[in-house]
Design a protein around this ligand. Structure first.
Ligand code: ZN
Length: 66
């Protein structure tokens, strides 16, 4: 699944993360192993190989102004 985190004030989209899906409610979660790998990836985000990186445009919507 794709998921996003805020790193140093910047939204970081993490793509193709292996998730486990609850058979009862369909909620997606990460195993402890994946969660700690996510942590490591985000910590060294600025030093990741170029092939792993991309840019996407993000639209921000202010709920209070809609
Ligand atoms: Zn569940």
């Amino acid at each position: 699944m794709d998921t996003s985190f805020v790193v140093k004030g910047e939204i970081t989209l993490l793509k193709n993360v292996p998730a486990e899906v609850c058979s009862r409610c369909g909620e997606k979660t990460f195993s402890a192993q994946v969660a700690s790998r996510i942590e490591r990836i985000l910590r060294k985000r600025d030093a990741l190989p170029a092939a792993a990186l991309g840019r996407v445009e993000v639209t921000a919507v202010d709920y209070s102004k809609v």
